[in-house]
Design a protein around this ligand. Structure first.
Ligand code: HSE
Length: 420
């Protein structure tokens, strides 16, 4: 049986989850993974009342972990700058690194992988995307004979938790609080609800599948914070639900990269994944469309991915990730893409509102698939629900400005419709 001596840096929710899982699932790790893991040292700035590390040595300075007699540094501190220093110092001391940190890979991935390659050590990061739901090794190993043309997924567990609970009638704020309590959300939950966390993850997948650099050039990122419960009702009436989707797609010789909420058909694969589940569709030439789903956040799911990296590290001799030499691949200009849109427009109750709104779309030659007008007599307002035909993203600003300029209109929001 193989043996690995590890040092864990960080002692929060994810690290303590790893510690407990290594103890509790020891039998499976040994029998299925052929691996015995010895936790030699933990880098913890402070104790965690939720977990007793027993006799394991604690270092208060996480950088001291690197100096111990260990094979692997498991980086679970999160964040960017200190994590980058810790990873680079570990690599330079010839320690392999396992990390669950998507932010540091998104911002410094190319630098970190290059450094690891030139030092002959491995960096593994299965848990950085979708926690333990396997996608990294799937792309880099299992699908290596395939031409991948598209990756689209719900990559943020917190967002899916919030959206699927809102769909059932819950409110945004208490559901976010519950996601924080369950340990799904980032320390700063704006990363989850404003789309950054999903953007980090699709950036990493795009780099693996298509060779886009890390960090990638700027791309379109929008979160779920503007969505309201009523949007689910109108979406449902038309056969849709609302999800947060991150997409990386081969578009001629460029890459389309984006992360934003979408209306998707209720009967689609991703629409039916609820709660903290993540789901990914990978379009390939040999296997067709592959679907993967699993818990995308939380202690146990993350521990599963970290341990899979340790098993992989111990059992393979040569899995250093070689970077694609052509990492200058360009991103498609988001403004040149076309989408169908759902619009929610709130206006005073007046007979002209619908006509005026229709004429604004007409000025830009944007065809409307439907326009419905519902009066809320209690609030004395109208909800005008528009579904457009495809139109160029660059027209959206004109539409917002001109519709909001109408005297009768108080509010407007919109969600793109994902075509498949
Ligand atoms: N905050 C992240 C999520 C954790 O909700 O998906 C896993 O990366």
């Amino acid at each position: 049986m193989k043996k690995l001596k590890i040092g864990i840096c960080g002692w929060g929710n994810v690290a303590t989850g790893l510690f407990n899982t290594i103890e509790n699932n020891n039998k499976f790790i040994k029998s299925n993974g052929n691996l015995e893991i010895e936790i030699v040292v933990i880098g913890a700035r402070r104790d965690n009342p939720k977990c007793d590390p027993g006799a394991v040595k604690i270092e208060r300075d996480i950088f001291d972990v690197i100096d111990h007699d260990i094979d692997v540094v498991v980086e679970l501190i999160g964040g960017v700058d200190v994590a980058r220093d810790l990873i680079l110092k570990s690599i330079n001391k010839k320690k392999h690194v396992v990390t669950a940190n998507k932010a540091v890979l998104f911002h410094h991935g190319d630098e970190i992988f290059k450094e690891a390659n030139s030092n002959g050590v491995k960096i593994l990061f299965e848990s950085s995307v979708c926690a333990g739901t396997p996608i990294i090794k799937l792309l880099t190993e299992e699908l290596s004979a395939n031409k991948v043309t598209k990756i689209a997924g719900m990559l943020n567990g917190t967002s899916n938790f919030i959206l699927s609970n809102m769909e059932e009638g819950s409110d945004f704020k208490p559901t976010l609080e519950l996601a924080q309590k369950e340990g799904y959300a980032e320390p700063d939950p704006t990363f989850d609800i404003e789309g950054m966390d999903a953007a980090h993850k699709i950036g990493i997948l795009s780099s693996l599948a298509f060779g886009t650099p890390l960090p990638p050039d700027d791309f379109y990122i929008e979160g779920i914070s503007k969505i309201e419960k009523i949007d689910f009702k109108y979406a449902k009436d038309m056969g849709f639900t609302i999800k947060h989707l991150a997409v990386s797609k081969l578009n001629q010789d460029k890459i389309e990269l984006r992360a934003h909420p979408v209306l998707i058909k209720k009967d689609s694969y991703l629409a039916n994944l609820k709660s903290v589940r993540n789901g990914i569709e990978v379009e390939t030439d040999l296997l067709g469309t592959l679907h993967i789903a699993g818990s995308g956040a939380g202690q146990e799911s993350t521990a599963s991915g970290v341990i899979s990296d340790l098993v992989n590290l111990a059992n393979s001799n040569d899995n250093i990730l070689e970077l694609d030499s052509n990492r200058n691949i360009e991103l498609v200009d988001f403004m040149s893409l076309s989408f169908q849109y759902y619009f929610y427009i709130e206006s005073n109750i007046t007979p002209e509102a619908v006509e005026k709104i229709t004429s604004i779309f007409a000025k830009k030659k944007i065809a409307l698939e439907s326009i419905a007008h519902k009066e809320d007599l209690k609030e004395n307002i109208s909800h005008i629900i528009v579904i457009t035909d495809l139109f160029l993203e660059r027209e959206i600003q004109y539409l917002y400005e001109n519709i909001l300029n109408l005297e009768s209109v108080n509010k407007i929001r919109s969600i793109r419709i994902e075509s498949n």
